[in-house]
Design a protein around this ligand. Structure first.
Ligand code: NOJ
Length: 549
């Protein structure tokens, strides 16, 4: 089915517009959101049933992690058929119904596209193996002879992000490249058939009506000519800090220029957001030049500690980096690959993979404050399912239930990602706390009964109601997400931030002690209960307050 649409009219003057510029986008991790058939695994019908919850929460769009046919070697980021739904998630008809219902509720739908690698069960790779060394299908991947006398050594020294060498040897002696698990062979984007296939896949989903794509490993598609060695033995530490021969190569941008043309052919402002881990926000900005993608995740912001000076610096750098390219900044605190921010902030400053529960109360207080700060910034914000419930990571999952492939590979980068993927609690009792009528693929802590949607709904002090209020206020004050700058207020004490947006002021205390400040206006929302007395108010420790001014 081919559809022909007139090119949308993009504004060329004045303030840029576009639904995505200030959208709040909610990430659904389909395995763990809602299970409609009681098999312990979330599915598309489960998502569809809960769309009204998302509409009422007040988000603008939903991004779903992969639900395509997959052997699930990496929770669906190993795709065996990009145009089919994995039976564990449902059918294409379910996807169609879910997209239609979302649209009827006023929600946009963004799906994941995984172009850096396929599954080893993808038809091309299976044939590349089955047809032997002469198979022309091998050119669509990175097959190479090994080094050493008998080719027994990998072709170069690259390491997999999940640990171990980035090469696996097949029975006939050739090696193939996989930056992630061996079940995720990297595609060769120099081959025209690869580019054609993905243009077709984009059109397939655009014709299904999706509003956009989240591009997995957007920075990885092009590898440096000749696949040069990196040298040194701590490659994982370089990731995100240095330009690597397999990441952030300039050639990727040509691909996104061709994708942008496709997106622009469709009506209704279809978008793409890059998952691009780059060394600097300036390099991230390359992905969102006017003829490339629309947004890129701001992982520099996600990695920032709960520290006023650091936060201000990354906010300023992010906004400044986006200005020359005219793209909105994006903000994100949690996703399915990192420790949830309620747990990160419960621990002393560290990376994005934290293995201890820390001080839960402190973590939640800071997480709530961090969320109000994020939702007051200009640009688009991403909310990961369950953060609206203040969920922590589950840091004590027994080894035998873990599924993250990097857990099973030595020295991997993200071996503890299961902790942020535990299914959501919807009700205070029942099997899997309303996730489904059966169990859940990862065990939920008993304490999650009290964190369920049911337990928090109507409780004005709950994190869920805080998110609902914040998102409602963000809609009432459209100036909040719009624009490209914040107006920092001078004279705030150390550890305190105050910035103005049109008709609005946000005050943030990242320190452990309350601060007294002059009342700037009418209090709209507080992440921690506060008192306003006469001309002064208390900005509690680790809190954010919103004001109408
Ligand atoms: C990034 C995804 O978010 C992550 O979950 C996945 O493991 C890798 N890309 C590989 O696809």
């Amino acid at each position: 089915m081919t559809q022909h649409f007139a090119a949308p009219t993009a504004p060329t003057t004045g303030t840029p517009t576009g639904w995505w510029r200030d959208a709040v986008i909610y990430q659904v991790y389909p395995r763990s959101f809602a299970d409609s058939n009681g098999d312990g695994m979330g599915d598309l019908e489960g998502v569809r049933d809960r769309l009204p919850y998302l509409r009422d929460l007040g988000v603008d769009a939903v991004w779903l992690s992969p639900f395509y046919a997959s052997p699930q070697a990496d929770a669906g980021y190993d795709v065996a058929d990009y145009r089919a739904i994995d039976p564990m998630f449902g059918t294409l008809l379910d996807a169609d119904a879910m997209i239609r219902d979302a649209h009827d509720l006023g929600l946009r739908v963004i799906v994941d596209v995984v172009p850096n690698h396929s599954s080893d069960q993808y038809a091309w790779f299976k044939r590349a193996i089955d047809d032997g060394p002469a198979s022309p299908l091998r050119d669509r991947y990175h097959f190479r002879p090994g080094k050493g006398e008998n080719g027994e050594l990998p072709p170069n020294d690259w390491e997999s992000i999940f640990g171990g060498p980035a090469w696996t040897r097949v029975a006939d002696g050739a090696w193939y490249l996989h930056l992630f698990a061996p079940e995720q062979p990297d595609l060769n984007w120099e081959h025209p058939a690869v580019a054609d296939e993905f243009r077709s896949i984009l059109r397939f989903w655009l014709d299904m009506g999706v509003d956009g794509f989240r591009v997995d490993v957007a920075h990885g598609l092009v590898k440096a000519e000749g696949l040069p060695d990196i040298g040194g033995n701590e490659q994982l530490k370089l990731l995100g800090n240095d330009v690597m021969p397999f990441f952030d190569q300039d050639g990727v941008h040509e691909i996104y220029r061709s994708w942008r043309k496709i997106l622009d052919e469709y009506p209704g402002e279809r978008i793409a957001v890059a998952e691009a881990w780059t060394p600097t926000v300036e390099r991230t900005a390359h992905y969102v030049r006017p003829d490339e993608l629309h947004q890129a995740f701001n992982f520099q912001y996600l990695g920032t500690h709960w520290d006023a000076a650091e936060l201000r610096a990354v906010i300023d750098a992010s906004l400044a980096a986006m200005l020359p390219v005219g793209a909105p900044a994006t903000w994100v605190l949690s996703n399915h690959d990192v420790t949830r921010h309620a747990t990160r902030f419960a621990n002393p400053p560290g990376g994005t993979q934290i293995r201890t529960a820390g001080d839960r109360e402190l973590g939640l207080r800071r997480a709530r404050a961090a969320t109000l700060l994020m939702l007051a910034l200009p640009g688009s914000a991403y909310v990961y399912q369950g953060e609206e419930l203040g969920l922590p990571d589950v840091t004590d999952l027994p080894d035998e239930v873990r599924q993250d492939p990097s857990f099973f590979r030595a020295a991997g980068q993200d071996g503890f990602r299961d902790g942020c993927r535990v299914p959501l609690p919807w009700t205070t009792d029942g099997p899997s706390y309303g996730f489904g009528s059966g169990g859940s693929w990862l065990p939920q802590p008993q304490s999650w009964a009290g964190l369920s949607v049911e337990a928090q709904t109507g409780d004005p002090g709950s994190t869920l109601e805080l998110y609902r209020s914040a998102l409602a206020l963000r809609r009432e004050h459209p100036g909040l997400g719009a624009g490209d700058s914040v107006d920092w207020q001078p004279g705030t004490p150390e550890g305190v931030l105050a910035f103005a947006r049109p008709g609005f002021l946000c005050t943030v205390n990242t320190t452990a002690a309350p601060v007294r400040l002059p009342v700037p206006g009418r209090l709209l929302l507080a992440s921690t209960a506060t008192t306003v007395e006469g001309d002064e108010f208390e900005l509690p420790a680790d809190s954010t307050l919103w004001w109408a001014v």
